[in-house]
Write a protein of this length. Sequence first.
Length: 460
Amino acid sequence: MEKRSVMYDQVDSDVKKLMPCLLVLFVLANLMVQAFVTVSPLIATNFNISASTASIQATITTITLGVCSVVYGALSDYIPVKKLLVFGISVLSIGSILGFAFQGSYGMIVLARAIQTMGQAAISSLYLVIASRYLEGSTKIKYFAYFTACFQLAQAAGVLVGGIITTYISWQLLLLIPLFSILFIPAVMKYTPLEEQREKKKVDIIGLVLFSGMIVFLTLFVDGLRMQFLLIMLALLVIFMVYINRNKEAFITPTFFRENKRYIRALSIVIGIYLVQFSFSFVYTFVITDGYQEALSLVSYILLPAYIAATIVGGVGDKITNRLGRFNTILLGMLMITLGLFVAGLFISQGRVLLAFAGILFFVGFNTLYSPLLDTVTGTLPMDEIGRGIGLNDLSINISGSLGVAICGKLIASRVTEGVNIFSINSHLVTYQNIFFILGIIALAAILSFQLSKKKLVNG
């Protein structure tokens, strides 16, 4: 008994030394997303391509992140996380070298960003797997809070680094930033827990390919709302369902969903609230450029206080949860998100300050609820299925967020709500005001769903 306690203390100590390293890696990898959004106009000019073509790298990155989150999560249930982490860091570095070496080709830049994202997904997914598997109680929630704080820190750093490098040096140097991740391989090798030998299991290549294809075409449909992508996705879905029903060795089976009904309920809450996450920044850019007729660069500076505030709140998220309780903290976060959306809509014609305040409410709200919501999701699963659960949770966040952006894009392009001018504001702002209100109503619906599901999340 004493020997087991000593071993547990050693693992706990090693994990707490590993986690800061993974957080630095997470920031290094994730700041690239915002940095490349910032430099998209320069990429378009550099390669003489349209803005929509320049955005392909962002779409491919989203697809890759969503698919790989599930893949790494599933693999971590039977492949040691140490091997997967070293593989992810190696892939991230290879993408950096490849992109910089072939910086004259836009196609190679897109490929390199996709490869980098494959590595990035390993770091983010496996951080959450390690925290869920080896940490307990308030300690686990604390490291979830650090994770979401570092996500916002990466967003803010991406804005600043993208602007500084493009102003004073060259945007191509952004590709080399993740190369510093190689320096952390020794720490990963030393402090990642030695896991018990699990039953050897063949990697379900067919299942992963079918699943990945399904998600790729779902994301393409969400991004462009083209019916042919939806039909291909549905066809792959049918094939995938037949396959997992007939193959007991599939990486995920119908049994997983039948035996984890509380998980499905928790995941539905995630999908509902994260439907609005990416939409705020997306609509925000059009409010500034089209509604206010200001330069696009102003968006980053107005949102920067929101990113900083969200980072600070994320860092103390465990203390908020300990004080209020898990479900009350989730509810508080949802209420702040909803309030942020309605403040943005109601005061859209009052200028930048109130819109910036709405952004603070919105992003702080998401950082407030992330840790307790993730703890709720993972708490519904047995230990040996946490990897797959986290992967599907990350995928749900990416897909629902992308769907929200696609819907907002269609509403902006069609101007279908322009005739509804309740507050008689400037015609340039009517569409965006109504979209903020629609997003606010969606967030209210998510709150209602959460309130109705709380008892079932506890008791099944």
